[in-house]
Design a protein around this ligand. Structure first.
Ligand SMILES: Nc1ncnc2c1ncn2[C@@H]1O[C@H](COP(=O)(O)OP(=O)(O)OP(=O)(O)O)[C@@H](O)[C@H]1O
Ligand SMILES: [Mg+2]
Length: 428
């Protein structure tokens, strides 16, 4: 999509090889909205020209004889922070990718690239350029703006619910439940976003058959200036209308999304959505703990087997120490009459009532995962889909009940200490 621009996107090329500079120039020659304003033959020259010309985008080569593209990127990001940098490098340099992103680059183009790839990247990065001021604390409260001249009205910067779907054991069904729950909520709610909080090995893109062309890592460089425009540039829409924030393309990029960054992103999503559903990984690191902390609800997923029951009991004890029990709801997934472990057994063993159950149905759930169409859409008449839809109904009912009680959101949104407390409790 070509952005409507009044002025052209100004591009500076930095590459020590003359043919590459010329090739890139040629690739951009016929683009009406893009203009190459300069070409530098070294890292030093690139830094100087970026300062003088203040282009919108710098196309930066990595391997250069004087200073390399990563150091030049770092320098430009500091001295001319409004300039957006796209790295260009040859394949197989994953460590370069990570270091480039940390240095402040916005994208990474693998050479050789086509004109389409190049122009799409330039336009995308240009669009991501922060246009507005940073999110002000007052945005966290409902705002008053005039609806008609002379009259003021409350507008709906309403805080939606953040719901974490978590299990201390892997493979219990968090991703399946999170995707179906989000889709079931979307049937009635207008604004639902599903966040893949399993940053390293997230499955949401696969379960929904989405191409992860934009992911949560695209928000990292702009984290201090997040706003609704920027968020909507990075969120991908599912055909249902539900929005998704997908996990980074590769595990090594995941570590750029720190706990503080996750908190900032969820705070923003909460203001823009009725429900923010977060699928999580089963290990407890700072990011997952922050998700659990900031969430209004923790849907704790388990399967009816002894090892999982034991882990869930331990986890519930830790949650108790943080007063998270009140917001925790237990879902038993993959139930089967043949198991011999009943809901009652589970409840008495872990001293926590079962909130919802979802039957085991290997054929239906596996087929849905392989097609990339979750069961609430592909097999909505199946028992598993009906129970998952019921989970959405239960959550709506709980939310409505809870809405009558004021919540201490401000305390929760501030940088938390609960993570440390919880870690101490679990490992101490
Ligand atoms: N109700 C169900 N009946 C049958 N199979 C199920 C059910 N729910 C989930 N599964 C299957 O169990 C496996 C794990 O599910 P899923 O990926 O949703 O779990 P997870 O907790 O997110 O796992 P991970 O720890 O890998 O992130 C998948 O193969 C999925 O198809
Ligand atoms: Mg998962």
């Amino acid at each position: 999509m070509i952005e409507q621009v009044e002025t052209k996107i100004h591009v500076l090329i930095v590459d020590d090889i003359p043919e590459t500079r010329e090739n890139v120039r040629k690739l951009l020659y016929f683009e009406k909205d893009i203009e190459v304003v300069g070409a530098a033959a070294s890292g030093h020259e690139g830094i100087e020209m970026a300062r003088d010309l203040r282009p919108d985008i710098v196309l930066m080569d990595i391997n250069m004889p004087d200073i390399d593209g990563i150091s030049a990127t770092e320098s430009i990001s500091q001295s001319v922070p409004e300039v957006q940098i796209i790295m260009m490098s040859v394949q197989g340099e994953t460590d370069y990718l990570r270091r480039s992103m940390l240095a402040g680059a916005r994208e990474f183009l693998v050479k050789p690239f086509s004109a389409d790839e190049l122009t799409a990247s330039i336009r995308r990065v240009h669009q991501l350029k922060p246009k507005a001021a940073p999110v002000q604390p007052e945005l966290l409260r409902p705002q008053r703006v005039p609806s008609r001249p002379g009259q003021e009205a409350e507008i709906g910067v309403r805080e939606g619910e953040i719901v974490a779907v978590y299990s201390p054991k892997g493979g219990t069904g968090c991703s399946t439940i999170a995707t179906n729950l989000a889709l079931a909520l979307k049937e009635k709610e207008e604004r639902v976003v599903l966040v893949d909080g399993d940053l390293q090995f997230g499955d949401v893109a696969v379960l929904l058959n989405l191409q992860a062309s934009r992911t949560i890592s695209d928000l990292v460089p702009a984290i201090d200036t997040l706003d609704a425009d920027l968020m909507s540039d990075v969120l991908l829409a599912h055909p249902s209308g539900m929005k998704t924030l997908l996990a980074p393309p590769r595990p090594d990029v995941a570590e750029m999304v720190t706990a503080d960054i996750m908190r900032e992103i969820l705070k923003n999503l909460m203001l823009l959505n009725d429900y923010t559903i977060v699928d999580t990984a089963s290990y407890l690191d700072d990011v997952v703990l922050t998700i659990l902390e900031i969430s209004d609800w923790i849907l704790l997923v388990m399967t009816p087997d002894i090892p999982t029951i034991k882990s869930v009991r331990l986890f519930l004890e830790a949650l108790d120490a943080l007063d998270y029990i009140a917001k925790t709801r237990l879902i038993v997934n993959k139930t089967s009459r043949k198991d011999g472990i009943t809901e009652k057994d589970i409840a008495s063993h872990i001293k926590h009532s079962v909130w919802a159950t979802v039957p085991r149905d290997n054929g239906t759930v596996t087929a849905a995962a392989n097609q990339g169409i979750p069961v609430v859409i592909s097999s909505h008449k199946s028992a598993v889909a009906k129970n998952l839809t019921q989970v959405a109904e239960l959550l709506r009912a709980e939310t409505a009940k809870e809405a009558e009680r004021p919540r201490d959101r401000a305390a929760k949104l501030a940088a938390g200490t609960a993570s440390e407390k919880l870690l101490g409790r679990i490992f101490g």
